[in-house]
Design a protein around this ligand. Structure first.
Ligand code: ARG
Length: 575
């Protein structure tokens, strides 16, 4: 309410310099942070210190408080506030708890939590995971895979049509290198038996050998040119490498419960590059530099965007440009999101700039969503130096540990293997998504495989606890029939407040492309629920109280499951 008021005031007061206002604008979150909870209840449930707004309003805090008070009074049609009082520069707000609880409960039980309409008739493409074939899938790739998958769920919840694209790194000079390496140092049996391991081994060997033997590089380049020209032998080997890689990737995606609508990798756009080149030429954007074709971006303080290399082959940039033109035509997206490590920031800036220069307004709807590094013992991951942890190893280890724990703690559990998968994978996904996207992560086996504290299994456990209470209760009270005034104790009330904030956190996560908002939300909700569970007797309370509390339990389980779903985590019914 307050935010809207301030915006209106800004418009009313034309004499205030617009720029100034922008600097002084308060977001809803900031206003929320300004709200104080008075230590003495006689000053209300909340208090808004109005001296923060003096710069905007150019009035004394006390007068500002009066203005806001009148506006809020008018807007409070649901009677959520019992009373408002101005004391010096403070506006003290007294809640009508019963009405407020009703509203909180109502927010919590709305269909789809009230957020299914936001993205109606809008399409979002999400380009994520996109590993390079012939290389193992390591923990770094987990980040893009999990962030992308969560954004898919979040946008879908908001009613968007979401197209999931795996832009496989399946084209480029490195495949020329691999072909050469394969012919020199490997054979069919070895690749079939060891899969990606073997491809990686010979790739690393190639890198070492080519330092001394420059001819190798030349040979590799010519093999890639052959691939681009559609030469059969080259393509057959390449295709086979791709199949070998896909087997491993699919195994990981299955474990994680991640899927895609399209596996259109870089190779898919190879034959679309000539059209791109033609268009760039027609628009006078292409120039020559040392035999290569480039788009000059000097004037934008960026290195040139390479389109065609001097040997005539396409490159990562040109394939990405062809890809985005194709996607726009094919899917008519409203937003196209790319989830990759932050080291690709410049790459995407260049690609987006070229699209803008081509005259496409929609370049503004291309969004790079970067994330921080994953380090191992403080060092960047690298398959070349062997400083690496493979995704599949942690996934299987986590499942194994979860199963051991189940054997210890709950040996009679139904379907222990299935539950162990949900817990193990849940732990890993949660660990990854709980970190703010841009923060670097220091990989530690201990942290990733921990099941206690701020972890996925803790939230899953809370869900199972709520489910078990409901199972024991048998009857399911109706929300309209319970006496909500029984829920006004501090503990329950705080839990209800968190319940009512679910929708808001979904919006925040979507707007900031930040699944950690949801992960943090589930922890807040679980913690508040567990406090409620320990302090408030549920099943043995008097009938009315018991029914009212069961409603709270029911809402908690529903939201917990839904929120975990947004992260791509399943919740076992029992654990
Ligand atoms: N294959 C790339 C890598 O592993 C990521 C591709 C991201 N998507 C894109 N359209 N460029 O770093």
């Amino acid at each position: 309410i307050v935010e809207e008021e301030i915006d209106k005031e800004e418009i009313d007061k034309e004499e205030i310099d617009k720029e100034e206002i922008d600097k002084e604008r308060f977001t809803k979150d900031q206003i929320k942070n300004l709200l104080e909870v008075p230590s003495n209840q006689i000053y209300g449930d909340y208090s808004l210190p109005c001296f923060y707004f003096t710069k905007i309003f150019k009035m004394a805090p006390k007068l500002i408080a009066e203005v806001i008070k009148e506006k809020i009074k008018m807007m409070d049609t649901e009677g959520i506030l019992k009373n408002l009082e101005v004391v010096n520069g403070f506006l003290n707000l007294y809640l009508n708890k019963e009405n407020h609880i009703k509203k909180l409960l109502f927010e919590g039980r709305k269909e789809d939590f009230g957020c299914g309409k936001a993205g109606l008739a809008q399409t979002v493409c999400i380009d994520y995971s996109s590993p390079n074939i012939a290389k193992n899938f390591h923990v770094g790739h987990l980040r893009t895979t999990l962030i992308g998958n969560s954004l898919y769920h979040i946008y879908k919840k908001l009613g968007y049509q979401v197209i999931r694209i795996n832009h496989l790194g399946d084209w480029g000079t490195q495949f020329g290198k691999l072909i050469v390496a394969y012919q020199k140092w490997s054979n069919k049996e070895a690749v079939e038996e060891k899969g990606i391991e073997e491809l990686l081994r010979i790739y690393i060997k190639f890198s070492k050998e080519s330092e001394q033997n420059l001819e190798l590089e030349e040979e590799a380049r010519s093999w890639f040119v052959k691939m681009e020209q559609g030469e059969k032998e080259a393509l057959t080997i390449w295709k086979w490498f791709k199949e070998i890689s896909m087997i491993e990737f699919e195994r990981i995606y299955d474990l994680l419960g991640v899927s895609f609508d399209y596996y259109t990798g870089e190779s898919f756009y190879m034959d679309k590059v000539p059209d791109l080149v033609r268009e760039l030429m027609e628009k006078h954007l292409l120039s020559e530099s040392e035999g290569a074709k480039i788009v000059d971006l000097n004037q934008f303080d960026m290195p040139p965007c390479m389109i065609i290399k001097k040997d005539g082959s396409s490159i990562y940039h040109s394939r990405d440009l062809a890809a985005v033109l194709y996607r726009k035509k094919q899917y008519q997206f409203d937003k196209c999101i790319y989830v990759t490590g932050q080291e690709q920031k410049l790459h995407f800036e260049q690609v987006f700039k070229v699209i803008e220069l081509m005259g496409y307004e929609w370049s503004q709807n291309l969004i790079h969503v970067p994330y921080g590094l994953v380090r191992l013992q403080g060092v960047k991951l690298s398959s070349r130096t062997g400083n690496i942890v493979y995704a599949e190893d942690i996934l299987t280890e986590a499942i194994k540990r979860a199963l051991e724990l189940i054997h210890q703690k709950n040996p009679n559990l139904d379907q222990p293997k299935e539950v162990a998968r949900k817990i193990g994978i849940g732990a890993i996904i949660f660990h990854d998504l709980f970190h703010q996207r841009m923060k670097d992560v220091d990989f530690s086996w201990e942290d990733v495989l921990s099941f206690e504290g701020t972890t996925g299994p803790y939230v899953q456990y809370t869900y199972a606890r709520a489910k078990s209470i409901l199972k024991k209760a048998e009857n399911k009270p109706k929300i309209d029939e319970v006496d909500v005034s029984l829920l006004s104790d501090v503990t329950t009330y705080s839990l209800l407040k968190i319940i009512s904030e679910y929708k808001e956190s979904i919006y925040e996560a979507a707007n900031r492309f930040e699944p950690s908002v949801i992960a943090r939300y589930t922890i807040l909700l679980s913690t508040a629920f567990n406090k409620f569970y320990h302090e408030c007797n549920i099943l043995n309370a008097d009938e009315n109280l018991r029914d009212a509390r069961l409603i709270v339990v029911d809402l908690t389980q529903e939201i917990t499951k839904d929120a975990m779903g947004l992260l791509g985590i399943e919740c076992p019914e029992e654990m």
